[in-house]
Every structure is written in structure tokens, then in C-alpha cells.
Design a protein around this ligand. Sequence first.
Ligand code: G4P
Length: 280
Amino acid sequence: MHFQWYPGHMTKAKRMMQENIKLIDLIIELLDARVPLSSRNPDIDELGKNKARLILLNKADLAEDKQNDAWMEYFKKKGFAVVKVNSKKGGGIKSIQGVIQEACKEKIERDRKRGILNRPVRAMVVGIPNVGKSTFINSLAGKACAKTGNKPGVTKGKQWIRLNKNVELLDTPGILWPKFEDQTVGLHLAFIGSIKDEILNTEELAAELIRLLEPYYPGILQEKYGIEETEDPYKCLAQIAESRHCLLRGNELDTEKAAILLMDDFRNGRLGRLTLERAE
Ligand code: G4P
């Protein structure tokens, strides 16, 4: 399976990010807790030089908790502030305000020394498509948010959400296009739904997921679908089709439907909480 990318999009997204990053103190980078490395865009480290950094392991509810903790340690060791969150249900969100202040304490101290008191921290949320940026912003801002108007020196049209007297958030998140030469990374991104399904062959994708799940979570598919086969992923799909009555006319097995069902079950956490990358 080979993934194709659209450099036009990437260049535009990068330009927007460069423009916005000048305005902010803190980058809040969302990763998908199920594939923390594949869902990171390495450009962010270059773009975000000299900024305070906060990594959120989002969709933590869909990933194995033990692995979430291991990934937290991994990123903490690299010097990032890290929080695991479930933006959809609000898990972990309450602690964010405190973590933001802590992550920005050097800037706050610098301001204080220069006699600038109470200037809010300005933050921007960034991440690859579908990682949960909008959900997170809504969850963090809640109902209490008030959009502040344009400010002098701020690019026209930029809107800031005032979270409280200490933090302002840029209301449009920065979209980082996934970046990879490694096709495994592409696969991981396809599994979590960050690459449009229309450009993928679902059966091939499902077969790859089956291949990956087997060593990490042996027996999981057998248990979920009441099947026996997982050595040959295509046979496995056929068995899922059989057990879930995915049939074409003439009672032929509809393995494409089974593949869609499997992908859907994985993405919605119905196979359980699964992490596809391990922190080394
Ligand atoms: P984006 O702005 O980064 O592109 O992502 P967006 O917020 O649109 O979120 C993408 C999908 O991920 C949404 O699902 C959203 O509900 C879901 N999501 C975001 N954060 C979390 C989380 O922490 N846990 C879980 N389980 N899901 C999360 P959707 O299928 O597009 O919409 P819906 O079915 O939730 O309405």
C-alpha cells in the first residue's frame, strides 16, 4: 500500500503556522495516544524553537492506560510538559490550566522582571487532522469563553479566546500535515482515520491492522468476533464476514464490509483500549 501526499496543502499549512507561531508563547501539541510518534509532525520542533511546549496525549480513553503512562514518561524525559486527555468527555482538561502556568513559568518570570504583570499566556493548539483539536478547544474553552477582538499588532482576523485572566488561546488550531517517508507511519495514520479513507483500500488496510494487532494483542480478534483464524489476515477478514453476516448477493462473503466493520470497531474503541506504538 502506498500513500500519496499533497505538497500544496503542506506548504500552505506550514506558512500559516509560521505566521501564527510568532504570536504565541506556548504550543499545545495534540497527539493521538494510540500512535504518539506517528501522529507527531517533526517540523513542529523547528517551528516551535524557543516556545514553551505542552504535549497532550489525546484520545487517551482509546489507548491502553499503561502505555499512556509510558508515553508520558517518554515525553517528560525529553523535556515536554505532558497531560493525557479525553477531549470528548473532558477527562484531564481540568489540570490543563495549572500545567500551562507551570510550562510558561520562565516567560511569566521574564515578564515580571521587565515590569510586565498579568500579561496572559498566549497559546496555540496544533496537530494533524482528526487528532481532536476542535474538540479539545471546545472542551477547554467551554461555555465561559469569550472571543476577544483583534488586537494591535495581531494579524488581522485572528481571534483569541480568553480562557481566563491568565490564558488566551488562538481560536484556529494549526494543522500540521502528517509527514512521513516511512510507510508504517502512513499506515498508523490511516488506522486512526487521519488519512481519508477514500484514497485507501479498506481491505488492505484492515489486513495490515490485523497483522499489527496479532503480536501486540494476541487473541483480541478471536474473542471479539468469535473466530479462529488470525495468521492469514485475509482469511481472518473472511471469518469476520461470516461471523457478522456480511454477505453479498448469492451468499458470498462481503470481506470489504467486514473490513469497514473492523476499522470502525478499532477507531471507536470497541476492540478495547489499544496502543499501536510502544515507548522505548
Ligand atoms: P480536528 O479538529 O483535530 O480535525 O479533530 P476533531 O476535534 O474534529 O475530532 C475528530 C474526531 O475525534 C471527532 O469524532 C471527535 O469527537 C473525536 N475525538 C476528539 N477527541 C477525542 C477524545 O479524547 N476521545 C475520543 N474517543 N474521541 C475524540 P467524529 O467521529 O468526527 O465525531 P463524533 O462522532 O464524536 O461526533
